[in-house]
Design a protein around this ligand. Sequence first.
Ligand SMILES: [Zn+2]
Length: 136
Amino acid sequence: MVADGLFELHGDEPRLIGTRCAACGTVYFPQAPSCRNPDCREKTVERAVLPTRGVLVSYTVQRYQPPALFRIDDWQPYAIGLVDLGDGLEVMGLLSGFALDGIAIGTRVRLVAESLYADAERGPVLTYKFAREIDA
Ligand SMILES: [Zn+2]
């Protein structure tokens, strides 16, 4: 995985791992060491598995290749979305399967895991992305 602690796999299904404040219920992603709510006194946080479905509330298209530090095989322009997972929690993530000129705010999306690049030693490095929700 691209970074430890961001998400875990249940079979093929990724689940984002965040933090929930035991006192005020505020949810953080990525995980936070303590609650950042200034009105919260307790600040004791616990691990939280986040919802896998949400709504696209904003996005940006990256048209220039970032520095080599950020590796993606077969680089091409891509979109990063901001997804509302409910309870006021908004998470950034790469969008998967969208035409870059066909992205619409309000689209229902779900979490997927995809290979970001293949590492010679570690094999495929997975990241989480948001793909269009397929209506059953
Ligand atoms: Zn709190």
